[in-house]
Design a protein around this ligand. Structure first.
Ligand SMILES: [Cu+2]
Length: 325
């Protein structure tokens, strides 16, 4: 039986599409999706995985078919046909990838926007607004960055569309340093080495670094933000699944970069309040004890805090730490 080539190609195309669509949804490569933002990133990743699977099977399939069908037969010493260029084919294989790349670019912008990446208050576009802040009495009309609150000028991922302008439920200042993350809750003064957040709430992190570049990354939340000395990047997200997830430094920052890890603990809002109260109470006792010992140094500095933390958690001794500083 002789099946026409066009039918074979059509069936192969349908099978290829079905396999790609199935694998794009069932690759199992991503860790658990624990934030509201995670499914957005996953849908983009799945779309790219679908396209990549189709292309991989197509290219590899053609290579395998060509090796078998067009192999040199025994005793055949003749040359192949002299083919030189094929304009329509070249147009097709240029146009298809161009359309794909454009589609992925548009789709990824859509996802980035849905996550809050294009929030004008966070994306840094406020920098061009001369009304925001000017150096008082200066003849130069160049806009100056606002002091401390700096929210209008911070770069990063802000509120998602529909939530713009609304204040976050929990704000945490995050500082990356060689080789630890320090979390400060400005409303209560709590300083912690692990990030506690309530599930289902709007969390805003103000991320900076005290020494070199670091990057704050929670794979299960699909979020990552650079930590840059001297500048603050914000990152807003919504944790959803209760549990512990790793926080990892994703920027090679020195000899111990590999151990720069901690945890985010997503709790129910009640448990979070309980933790908060306990920490406030215990820091009050700490402060009382400290004030008896050394009245001038009530609150440990970040460096002191980090050195305690580093020693405890990572087994790095004071001597090594001194050499690093
Ligand atoms: Cu780091």
């Amino acid at each position: 039986m002789n099946i026409p080539n066009s039918i074979v190609t059509l069936i192969a195309g349908i099978v290829l599409t079905l396999i790609s669509l199935w694998y794009g949804q069932n690759h199992g490569l991503m860790p658990v999706a624990a934030s509201e933002e995670a499914p957005l990133v996953d849908s983009l990743f799945n779309a790219m995985m679908t396209i990549a699977t189709g292309l991989f099977i197509l290219v590899q399939g053609i290579i395998v078919i060509a090796i078998i069908r067009f192999r040199r037969r025994r005793g055949d010493t003749s040359d192949g046909p002299p083919i030189d260029g094929n304009l329509s084919l070249e147009i097709v294989w240029t146009a298809i990838p161009t359309i794909m790349v454009l589609a992925i670019a548009l789709y990824s912008f859509e996802i980035y926007n849905a996550m809050g990446g294009l929030d004008s208050a966070a994306s840094g576009s406020g920098r061009n607004n001369p009304e925001l802040a000017q150096k008082p009495g200066s003849a130069i009309a160049a806009p100056m960055p606002k002091e401390r609150d700096g929210e209008d000028l911070a770069a990063g991922v802000g509120a998602s569309p529909g939530r713009e302008g609304s204040a976050a439920d929990v704000v945490v200042d995050v500082k990356g340093m060689q080789y630890a993350w320090i979390f400060t809750y400005p409303d209560s003064g709590i300083v912690a080495g692990e990030l506690h957040v309530p599930a289902g709430k709007d969390i805003k992190l103000n991320i900076t670094a005290s020494d070199v570049l670091h990057a704050f990354w929670i794979p299960q939340f699909r979020i990552k933000q650079d930590a840059i000395p001297g500048s603050t990047n914000q990152l807003r997200f919504h944790p959803q699944k209760i549990g512990d997830y790793p926080i990892i430094c994703a920027e090679l920052c020195g000899a111990y970069h590999g151990v720069m890890k901690t945890r985010i603990i997503v709790e129910s809002p009640e448990e979070f309040q309980q933790w908060r109260q306990e920490r406030i109470a215990s820091s009050e006792t700490d402060n009382n004890q400290l004030s008896m010992l050394a009245p001038s140094e009530k609150t440990p500095s970040d460096a002191e805090y980090a050195s305690r933390y580093v020693e405890e958690k990572m087994g790095i001794d004071q001597q090594v730490l001194q050499q690093l500083h």
